[in-house]
Design a binder for this molecule. Structure first.
Ligand SMILES: Nc1ncnc2c1ncn2[C@@H]1O[C@H](COP(=O)(O)OP(=O)(O)O)[C@@H](O)[C@H]1O
Ligand SMILES: O=C(O)C[C@@H](O)[C@H](O)C(=O)COP(=O)(O)O
Length: 335
Protein backbone atom coordinates (compact mmCIF):
# COMPACT_ATOMS: atom_id res chain seq x y z
CA UNK A 1 0.00 0.00 0.00
CA UNK A 2 1.61 3.26 -1.08
CA UNK A 3 -1.26 5.68 -1.85
CA UNK A 4 -0.29 5.89 -5.54
CA UNK A 5 -2.51 4.55 -8.30
CA UNK A 6 -1.40 3.67 -11.82
CA UNK A 7 -3.53 2.94 -14.88
CA UNK A 8 -2.45 -0.67 -15.50
CA UNK A 9 -3.87 -0.79 -19.06
CA UNK A 10 -1.19 1.48 -20.54
CA UNK A 11 1.71 0.24 -22.71
CA UNK A 12 4.41 2.29 -20.99
CA UNK A 13 5.27 2.24 -17.30
CA UNK A 14 7.27 5.47 -17.22
CA UNK A 15 8.25 8.29 -19.56
CA UNK A 16 11.18 10.40 -18.38
CA UNK A 17 11.52 14.00 -19.57
CA UNK A 18 14.73 16.01 -19.68
CA UNK A 19 18.40 15.90 -20.43
CA UNK A 20 20.33 13.30 -22.30
CA UNK A 21 24.01 14.05 -21.88
CA UNK A 22 27.44 12.49 -21.72
CA UNK A 23 29.31 11.66 -18.54
CA UNK A 24 33.09 11.72 -18.87
CA UNK A 25 34.26 9.99 -15.73
CA UNK A 26 37.91 10.33 -14.76
CA UNK A 27 39.82 7.08 -15.06
CA UNK A 28 42.63 8.27 -12.78
CA UNK A 29 40.79 8.41 -9.48
CA UNK A 30 41.76 9.75 -6.07
CA UNK A 31 43.31 12.85 -7.61
CA UNK A 32 42.05 16.27 -8.83
CA UNK A 33 40.92 16.69 -12.41
CA UNK A 34 43.98 18.85 -13.09
CA UNK A 35 45.97 15.62 -12.88
CA UNK A 36 43.51 13.52 -14.86
CA UNK A 37 44.49 12.47 -18.36
CA UNK A 38 41.80 10.04 -19.50
CA UNK A 39 38.04 9.68 -19.13
CA UNK A 40 35.47 7.01 -19.92
CA UNK A 41 32.41 8.09 -21.86
CA UNK A 42 28.97 7.05 -20.62
CA UNK A 43 25.45 8.20 -21.33
CA UNK A 44 24.47 10.60 -18.57
CA UNK A 45 22.00 13.18 -17.45
CA UNK A 46 19.92 12.56 -14.36
CA UNK A 47 16.63 11.69 -16.12
CA UNK A 48 18.53 9.54 -18.61
CA UNK A 49 20.19 7.65 -15.76
CA UNK A 50 16.85 7.15 -14.02
CA UNK A 51 15.22 5.93 -17.25
CA UNK A 52 18.10 3.52 -17.92
CA UNK A 53 17.98 2.21 -14.36
CA UNK A 54 14.20 1.78 -14.57
CA UNK A 55 14.41 -0.04 -17.92
CA UNK A 56 17.18 -2.31 -16.59
CA UNK A 57 14.71 -3.43 -13.93
CA UNK A 58 12.51 -4.74 -16.74
CA UNK A 59 10.09 -1.84 -17.01
CA UNK A 60 8.61 -0.39 -20.21
CA UNK A 61 10.29 3.00 -20.41
CA UNK A 62 9.98 5.94 -22.79
CA UNK A 63 11.79 9.27 -23.01
CA UNK A 64 10.99 12.80 -24.09
CA UNK A 65 14.04 14.92 -24.84
CA UNK A 66 16.20 16.52 -27.48
CA UNK A 67 19.66 15.41 -28.62
CA UNK A 68 22.35 17.09 -30.66
CA UNK A 69 22.62 16.25 -34.36
CA UNK A 70 26.13 14.82 -33.98
CA UNK A 71 28.05 11.71 -32.97
CA UNK A 72 27.31 12.23 -29.28
CA UNK A 73 23.57 12.48 -29.96
CA UNK A 74 23.69 9.30 -32.03
CA UNK A 75 25.73 7.54 -29.33
CA UNK A 76 23.04 8.42 -26.77
CA UNK A 77 20.15 7.32 -29.02
CA UNK A 78 21.86 4.01 -29.83
CA UNK A 79 22.55 3.32 -26.13
CA UNK A 80 18.95 3.97 -25.13
CA UNK A 81 17.64 1.71 -27.88
CA UNK A 82 20.11 -1.05 -26.95
CA UNK A 83 18.73 -0.78 -23.40
CA UNK A 84 15.16 -1.24 -24.55
CA UNK A 85 14.04 2.35 -24.06
CA UNK A 86 11.38 3.68 -26.42
CA UNK A 87 12.94 6.68 -28.20
CA UNK A 88 10.04 7.94 -30.33
CA UNK A 89 9.74 10.94 -28.00
CA UNK A 90 13.32 12.06 -28.63
CA UNK A 91 13.75 14.91 -31.10
CA UNK A 92 16.95 15.87 -32.91
CA UNK A 93 18.08 19.47 -32.62
CA UNK A 94 18.68 21.24 -35.94
CA UNK A 95 20.08 24.51 -34.60
CA UNK A 96 23.66 23.33 -34.07
CA UNK A 97 23.22 22.87 -30.32
CA UNK A 98 25.62 20.51 -28.60
CA UNK A 99 25.49 17.67 -26.08
CA UNK A 100 25.91 18.54 -22.42
CA UNK A 101 29.11 17.16 -20.92
CA UNK A 102 29.61 16.22 -17.27
CA UNK A 103 33.29 15.78 -16.41
CA UNK A 104 33.45 13.98 -13.09
CA UNK A 105 36.28 14.28 -10.61
CA UNK A 106 36.90 11.59 -8.02
CA UNK A 107 39.37 13.05 -5.52
CA UNK A 108 38.34 10.46 -2.95
CA UNK A 109 35.25 8.33 -2.32
CA UNK A 110 33.82 11.16 -0.25
CA UNK A 111 35.10 14.09 -2.32
CA UNK A 112 33.67 13.97 -5.83
CA UNK A 113 32.56 16.82 -8.04
CA UNK A 114 31.13 17.39 -11.46
CA UNK A 115 32.32 19.98 -13.97
CA UNK A 116 29.47 20.59 -16.40
CA UNK A 117 29.78 22.10 -19.86
CA UNK A 118 26.24 23.20 -20.65
CA UNK A 119 26.40 26.17 -23.02
CA UNK A 120 23.98 25.90 -25.96
CA UNK A 121 22.97 22.36 -25.05
CA UNK A 122 20.40 20.50 -27.12
CA UNK A 123 18.45 19.22 -24.10
CA UNK A 124 17.32 22.73 -23.17
CA UNK A 125 16.07 23.28 -26.74
CA UNK A 126 13.21 20.84 -26.06
CA UNK A 127 10.13 22.75 -27.25
CA UNK A 128 6.42 22.55 -26.42
CA UNK A 129 5.87 21.41 -30.02
CA UNK A 130 8.03 18.36 -29.20
CA UNK A 131 5.58 17.28 -26.49
CA UNK A 132 3.08 14.72 -27.79
CA UNK A 133 -0.12 14.38 -25.75
CA UNK A 134 -0.92 11.02 -27.36
CA UNK A 135 2.49 9.72 -26.27
CA UNK A 136 2.18 10.88 -22.66
CA UNK A 137 -1.30 9.41 -22.21
CA UNK A 138 0.14 5.97 -23.03
CA UNK A 139 2.17 5.97 -19.83
CA UNK A 140 1.34 5.04 -16.22
CA UNK A 141 3.83 7.61 -14.93
CA UNK A 142 5.93 10.59 -15.95
CA UNK A 143 9.26 11.67 -14.46
CA UNK A 144 10.27 15.30 -14.70
CA UNK A 145 13.73 16.52 -13.71
CA UNK A 146 14.36 19.95 -12.24
CA UNK A 147 17.18 21.03 -14.52
CA UNK A 148 14.82 20.93 -17.51
CA UNK A 149 13.06 23.93 -15.92
CA UNK A 150 16.22 26.04 -16.07
CA UNK A 151 15.75 27.65 -19.48
CA UNK A 152 13.14 28.23 -22.18
CA UNK A 153 11.85 26.55 -24.29
CA UNK A 154 12.57 23.40 -22.24
CA UNK A 155 10.83 25.04 -19.27
CA UNK A 156 7.59 25.51 -21.20
CA UNK A 157 7.86 22.02 -22.69
CA UNK A 158 7.97 20.52 -19.21
CA UNK A 159 4.94 22.49 -18.04
CA UNK A 160 3.01 21.34 -21.10
CA UNK A 161 4.01 17.73 -20.38
CA UNK A 162 2.74 18.25 -16.84
CA UNK A 163 -0.58 19.56 -18.15
CA UNK A 164 -1.03 16.48 -20.36
CA UNK A 165 -0.04 14.14 -17.52
CA UNK A 166 -2.56 15.64 -15.11
CA UNK A 167 -5.26 15.64 -17.82
CA UNK A 168 -4.77 11.91 -18.50
CA UNK A 169 -4.22 10.64 -14.97
CA UNK A 170 -0.51 9.99 -15.47
CA UNK A 171 1.22 9.85 -12.07
CA UNK A 172 3.99 12.46 -11.95
CA UNK A 173 7.33 12.04 -10.18
CA UNK A 174 9.45 15.18 -9.77
CA UNK A 175 13.14 14.61 -9.10
CA UNK A 176 14.48 18.03 -8.10
CA UNK A 177 17.91 17.37 -9.65
CA UNK A 178 19.33 20.81 -8.89
CA UNK A 179 22.43 21.68 -10.92
CA UNK A 180 23.56 25.24 -10.17
CA UNK A 181 25.59 25.53 -13.40
CA UNK A 182 22.36 25.69 -15.43
CA UNK A 183 20.52 28.40 -13.43
CA UNK A 184 21.06 32.14 -13.19
CA UNK A 185 20.14 32.31 -9.49
CA UNK A 186 18.41 30.34 -6.73
CA UNK A 187 15.35 32.60 -6.67
CA UNK A 188 14.59 31.64 -10.29
CA UNK A 189 15.06 27.99 -9.36
CA UNK A 190 12.71 28.32 -6.40
CA UNK A 191 9.96 29.95 -8.44
CA UNK A 192 9.89 27.29 -11.15
CA UNK A 193 10.47 24.35 -8.81
CA UNK A 194 7.56 25.43 -6.65
CA UNK A 195 5.28 25.94 -9.65
CA UNK A 196 6.12 22.49 -11.03
CA UNK A 197 5.92 20.70 -7.68
CA UNK A 198 2.32 21.89 -7.25
CA UNK A 199 1.33 19.59 -10.13
CA UNK A 200 3.27 16.49 -9.04
CA UNK A 201 2.25 13.36 -7.11
CA UNK A 202 5.68 12.51 -5.72
CA UNK A 203 8.50 15.01 -5.07
CA UNK A 204 12.00 13.61 -4.49
CA UNK A 205 14.99 15.71 -3.51
CA UNK A 206 17.86 16.20 -1.14
CA UNK A 207 17.51 18.41 1.93
CA UNK A 208 19.63 21.02 0.18
CA UNK A 209 17.39 21.03 -2.90
CA UNK A 210 14.25 21.53 -0.82
CA UNK A 211 16.02 24.31 1.07
CA UNK A 212 16.46 26.22 -2.19
CA UNK A 213 12.73 25.91 -2.84
CA UNK A 214 11.80 27.10 0.66
CA UNK A 215 14.22 29.91 1.40
CA UNK A 216 12.58 32.19 -1.17
CA UNK A 217 9.10 31.66 0.26
CA UNK A 218 9.86 31.28 3.96
CA UNK A 219 13.21 33.01 4.30
CA UNK A 220 14.54 29.96 6.11
CA UNK A 221 15.05 26.25 5.85
CA UNK A 222 12.33 23.93 7.12
CA UNK A 223 12.28 20.63 8.98
CA UNK A 224 11.67 17.59 6.78
CA UNK A 225 8.15 17.16 8.16
CA UNK A 226 7.23 20.77 7.40
CA UNK A 227 8.77 20.48 3.93
CA UNK A 228 6.53 17.52 3.17
CA UNK A 229 3.40 19.09 4.66
CA UNK A 230 3.58 21.99 2.22
CA UNK A 231 3.18 19.71 -0.78
CA UNK A 232 0.22 17.75 0.58
CA UNK A 233 -1.91 20.89 0.21
CA UNK A 234 -1.37 20.51 -3.54
CA UNK A 235 -1.42 17.24 -5.53
CA UNK A 236 1.39 15.45 -3.76
CA UNK A 237 0.74 12.06 -2.10
CA UNK A 238 4.38 11.49 -1.18
CA UNK A 239 7.52 13.55 -0.47
CA UNK A 240 10.95 11.91 -0.22
CA UNK A 241 13.92 13.71 1.30
CA UNK A 242 17.34 12.15 0.71
CA UNK A 243 20.14 12.58 3.25
CA UNK A 244 23.15 10.97 1.60
CA UNK A 245 24.94 8.46 3.80
CA UNK A 246 22.36 9.11 6.53
CA UNK A 247 19.65 7.53 4.38
CA UNK A 248 16.29 8.97 3.42
CA UNK A 249 12.87 9.77 4.80
CA UNK A 250 9.50 9.61 3.06
CA UNK A 251 6.26 11.27 4.14
CA UNK A 252 2.87 10.28 2.80
CA UNK A 253 -0.32 12.32 2.70
CA UNK A 254 -2.03 9.98 5.18
CA UNK A 255 0.30 11.31 7.87
CA UNK A 256 2.78 8.43 7.94
CA UNK A 257 6.57 8.68 7.58
CA UNK A 258 9.19 6.08 6.73
CA UNK A 259 12.93 6.20 7.40
CA UNK A 260 15.34 4.17 5.30
CA UNK A 261 18.91 3.36 6.14
CA UNK A 262 21.67 2.48 3.72
CA UNK A 263 23.46 -0.60 2.49
CA UNK A 264 27.12 -0.68 3.46
CA UNK A 265 29.26 -0.49 0.33
CA UNK A 266 32.77 0.18 -0.95
CA UNK A 267 32.15 3.68 -2.22
CA UNK A 268 34.11 4.51 -5.37
CA UNK A 269 32.25 7.77 -6.03
CA UNK A 270 29.18 9.41 -4.56
CA UNK A 271 27.48 10.72 -7.69
CA UNK A 272 24.87 8.46 -9.20
CA UNK A 273 23.34 7.75 -5.80
CA UNK A 274 20.26 9.88 -6.37
CA UNK A 275 19.51 8.67 -9.89
CA UNK A 276 19.86 5.00 -8.99
CA UNK A 277 17.82 5.53 -5.82
CA UNK A 278 15.02 7.14 -7.83
CA UNK A 279 14.94 4.43 -10.52
CA UNK A 280 14.58 1.54 -8.07
CA UNK A 281 12.30 3.48 -5.70
CA UNK A 282 9.86 4.22 -8.54
CA UNK A 283 10.14 0.58 -9.67
CA UNK A 284 9.13 -0.54 -6.18
CA UNK A 285 6.15 1.79 -5.95
CA UNK A 286 4.90 0.67 -9.37
CA UNK A 287 5.35 -3.03 -8.63
CA UNK A 288 3.33 -3.51 -5.49
CA UNK A 289 5.94 -2.66 -2.86
CA UNK A 290 5.01 -0.50 0.11
CA UNK A 291 6.91 2.72 0.73
CA UNK A 292 9.48 1.20 3.09
CA UNK A 293 10.24 -1.64 0.66
CA UNK A 294 10.54 0.79 -2.26
CA UNK A 295 12.96 2.95 -0.28
CA UNK A 296 15.06 -0.11 0.51
CA UNK A 297 15.20 -0.97 -3.21
CA UNK A 298 16.33 2.59 -3.89
CA UNK A 299 19.00 2.42 -1.22
CA UNK A 300 20.25 -0.90 -2.52
CA UNK A 301 20.50 0.38 -6.08
CA UNK A 302 22.33 3.49 -4.91
CA UNK A 303 24.86 1.44 -2.93
CA UNK A 304 25.57 -0.65 -6.04
CA UNK A 305 26.00 2.34 -8.37
CA UNK A 306 28.27 4.36 -6.06
CA UNK A 307 30.57 1.35 -5.82
CA UNK A 308 31.01 1.37 -9.60
CA UNK A 309 32.71 3.81 -12.02
CA UNK A 310 29.70 4.89 -14.05
CA UNK A 311 26.08 5.79 -13.40
CA UNK A 312 24.12 4.58 -16.43
CA UNK A 313 26.20 1.47 -17.18
CA UNK A 314 26.27 0.67 -13.45
CA UNK A 315 22.50 0.54 -13.01
CA UNK A 316 21.68 -2.96 -11.70
CA UNK A 317 19.36 -5.58 -13.12
CA UNK A 318 16.54 -6.84 -10.92
CA UNK A 319 18.55 -9.99 -10.22
CA UNK A 320 21.60 -7.97 -9.13
CA UNK A 321 19.40 -5.77 -6.95
CA UNK A 322 17.73 -8.70 -5.21
CA UNK A 323 21.10 -10.45 -4.67
CA UNK A 324 22.56 -7.28 -3.17
CA UNK A 325 19.64 -6.89 -0.75
CA UNK A 326 20.14 -10.51 0.36
CA UNK A 327 23.90 -10.27 0.82
CA UNK A 328 24.87 -6.67 1.65
CA UNK A 329 24.85 -5.28 5.18
CA UNK A 330 21.90 -2.99 5.80
CA UNK A 331 22.42 -0.19 8.32
CA UNK A 332 19.01 0.97 9.58
CA UNK A 333 18.42 4.70 9.78
CA UNK A 334 18.98 6.38 13.12
CA UNK A 335 15.55 7.39 14.42
N1 LIG B 1 27.84 6.62 1.30
C1 LIG B 1 26.71 5.98 1.02
N2 LIG B 1 26.61 4.66 1.31
C2 LIG B 1 25.47 3.97 1.01
N3 LIG B 1 24.38 4.53 0.45
C3 LIG B 1 24.43 5.85 0.15
C4 LIG B 1 25.59 6.64 0.41
N4 LIG B 1 25.33 7.92 -0.02
C5 LIG B 1 24.07 7.90 -0.51
N5 LIG B 1 23.52 6.67 -0.41
C6 LIG B 1 22.16 6.28 -0.79
O1 LIG B 1 21.75 7.05 -1.91
C7 LIG B 1 20.59 7.83 -1.60
C8 LIG B 1 20.65 9.14 -2.34
O2 LIG B 1 21.88 9.77 -2.03
P1 LIG B 1 21.97 11.37 -1.91
O3 LIG B 1 23.42 11.71 -1.89
O4 LIG B 1 21.14 11.78 -0.77
O5 LIG B 1 21.24 11.86 -3.24
P2 LIG B 1 21.87 12.68 -4.48
O6 LIG B 1 22.84 11.73 -5.15
O7 LIG B 1 20.65 12.97 -5.32
O8 LIG B 1 22.53 13.88 -3.91
C9 LIG B 1 20.64 7.95 -0.07
O9 LIG B 1 19.35 8.23 0.45
C10 LIG B 1 21.16 6.59 0.34
O10 LIG B 1 20.11 5.65 0.30
O1 LIG C 1 22.94 14.73 -14.19
C1 LIG C 1 23.95 14.97 -14.89
O2 LIG C 1 23.97 15.71 -15.89
C2 LIG C 1 25.21 14.28 -14.47
C3 LIG C 1 24.90 12.79 -14.26
O3 LIG C 1 24.92 12.13 -15.51
C4 LIG C 1 25.94 12.18 -13.34
O4 LIG C 1 25.98 10.79 -13.49
C5 LIG C 1 25.56 12.55 -11.94
O5 LIG C 1 25.97 13.56 -11.45
C6 LIG C 1 24.55 11.74 -11.24
O6 LIG C 1 24.14 12.54 -10.16
P1 LIG C 1 23.29 12.01 -8.90
O7 LIG C 1 22.72 10.67 -9.22
O8 LIG C 1 22.25 13.05 -8.72
O9 LIG C 1 24.26 11.95 -7.77
Amino acid sequence: MNLLTFHQDRPLDLIAVGRLCIDLNANEINRPMEETRTFTKYVGGSPANIAIGFARLGQKTGFIGKIANDQMGRFILDYLQKNGIDTKGIAIDRTGAVTGLAFTEIKSPEDCSILMYRDNVADLKLHPLDIDEDYIKQSKALLISGTALAQSPSREAVFLALEYAVKHGVTVFFDLDYRPYTWTDEAETAVYYNLAAEKCDVVIGTREEFNIMEKLLNGKEAHDHDTASRWFSFRAKMVVIKHGGAGSIAYTKDGKSYRSGIFRTNVLKTFGAGDSYASAFIYGLMNGRDVAEAMKLGSASASIVISRHSCSDAMPTLQELQHHIETAIYEPALS
